[in-house]
Ligand binder design. Sequence first.
Ligand code: ASP
Ligand code: MG
Length: 444
Amino acid sequence: MQYKSVLKFGGTSVGDVQRLQAVARLVSRDAEPKVVVLSAMSGTTNLLVEIARCLYRGERQQALDIIQNMEINYLIINSELFASREFTLAGKEFLQTIFTYIRSFVNREMYPLQEKSILAQGEIISSTLMHLYLSDIGVGSTLVPALNYMRVDKDGEPDYFYIKQNLHRLLEAPENHPLIITQGFICRNALGEVDNLHRGGSDYSAALIGGAIDAREVQIWTDIDGIHNNDPRHVAGTRALRTLSFDEAAELAYFGAKILHPSTIQPAKRANIPVRLKNTLNPADEGTLISKESPARDFKAVAAKDGITAVKIKSSNMLLAYGFVRKVFEVFEAWKTPIDMIATSEVAISLTIDDTGRLEGILRDLEKYGTTEVEHDLSIICVVGDFRAEHPGVVARPLRALREIPLRMVSYGASEHSVSLLVRQEDKQRALVALSAELFTDEL
Ligand code: ASP
Ligand code: MG
């Protein structure tokens, strides 16, 4: 069978019995072959992380209490989910096996490998319950375990060749139903051990699957009508975008548009597979389509990322001698800390990081080259639009919108479709509102 579409449902979309049942209806309304990728039910992965954390600290009783509560809650879900006695029993037996397995870690020493095996159970539970529920309502589906095809290499990067080979083999099995159910997030590593694609990684799984099967479209189903032109948590009257290019979406996802995991775009772009963001609560809405091309517009969207720290290094020479920039960057490289924004002048470099775990060491090493200043609690605001040099004047408008707000840094020219602005976190909300008022009000 040819599977050409991938539909991924996030944690809240499968967050309770009604939502699970709604997803089952949605994926079985037509007979088109499809691969359905599921996250764990919302809250589950956090609890599994908590269990592992307790076990690292030797807090066995706390771990057992969390496991007990989870099991009770899942058994309640199980009793409400199924109509028939047969499937209620099958679900119950399955859940008991899973929770017995999770309990088996309580009296053992904890290692990252065990932690990952515990974390993997959330997606295994949601996908198995979905598969059983579909059978219960008379819809055939095939459960294809992600651990049999999803894999990262020794650098933690997707093993594209392995994924493609194995997924094809599994999807070609003659006994398959048109409806495939699989897990997001979980995978194996280069050693074949259970691993995962990091928190929120189910979107990434869906894009990798889409790439491997050359899907027509990858749909990411959440609770909002696609990507909005500003952050709906901070700004009233935001609108969903109809289209975005891969590059524009990648920047928005990286700079805080919470709806999509930032890594997702890369495999989709690599294989040129459109990604559509859809709303489970409003399935008729077309959502946001992310693809190779999207019609240019002066301004498309704004997103912000908090928790940014700026570091300024003033050269001890009067001018930046050659080699200075390299030395500064090498310090950040040695401490494995990525840099987001950069600005340079004749005598100084300012840059931003969001991981301050190694800041002390970085500052110590930088002292050799000049004096340093640090400022915490900043936000990067990313404005996505048409910022090509041949399209003059566009950059003036976000700057005008922010004329009353202290700007720490501005980055223009590195990207043709975005400008980044650094403000204090306390000014962020005001800045986002001002940007929407200046850039998006004349658009309707
Ligand atoms: N369940 C995982 C998490 O909560 C993966 C995902 O939801 O995308 O991070
Ligand atoms: Mg999620």
